[in-house]
Ligand binder design. Sequence first.
Ligand code: ADP
Ligand code: ADP
Length: 236
Amino acid sequence: MELIRPSLVGTKPTLNRVCLITEALLRRNMNGSIVLFGPPGAGKGTQANRIVNLTSKPQVSTGDMLRAAISDGSNLGVEAKSFMEAGELVPDDVILGLISERLKMEDAKDGVLFDGFPRTIAQAEELDKIAIVSAVVSIEVPDDSIVTRIVGRRMDPETGEIFHVNFNPAPETIIHRLIQRKDDNEITVRNRLKAYHEQTSPLALWYEEKGILVKVNGEQSIEEVGDEIISKLSEL
Ligand code: ADP
Ligand code: ADP
């Protein structure tokens, strides 16, 4: 369906109406969960907020859950830490344990927004048994841009908001409190990209064959990437 006809674009009320139609279509099409897919640094976390606001599905980031387990000092955190610091994938059984517990929570009953999960075919197969996946959004960014994005990424520990030293600078007033993830360095990112190409990227074809893969050009501005995601999701 063609959502934004050039003849309709131009006036603000018309634009608002087009946005409302797009949002309504998106809600209708997305009964199950949505997966944000792509290499490290593609912009999954950055785009998650907008989709959460539109769909009211909670964001489920396995990376955030693992980092929380590490800072709590739990056994699971201890097990995951060395893999994460080396830029390797955490074993499937650890991840699947986390996910199955999370999906039992009340707010997950109408589906969630997965960010960084699944990352292996085995994870995707298990996910298929416990949840309905309506769409997989693949944010496509070449390796050369990934390294620059990861090394410049900063996070606000108070709000969880993600910034970039050049591409999405934080306001002056909060710069002092920003943190850089320990695994956001050039050596680890090369391992993470290797893990992505060897273990995760085959999943794209797996989901494409199921007819639910949506490919988005991740090398546009943050806003343009978000617009493309929403427009393609509402057409699915
Ligand atoms: P992921 O969750 O996929 O690892 P993030 O959302 O954390 O990726 O983004 C990685 C880095 O790239 C962050 O510093 C973020 O500000 C920046 N970034 C995200 N989207 C874009 C974009 N479209 N253009 C430039 N930089 C971006
Ligand atoms: P990014 O989006 O920048 O790659 P994440 O926060 O998603 O970072 O993940 C950080 C690390 O946590 C990964 O490099 C990996 O070690 C681990 N991890 C997160 N999600 C998974 C997963 N689904 N399967 C295996 N390991 C994972």
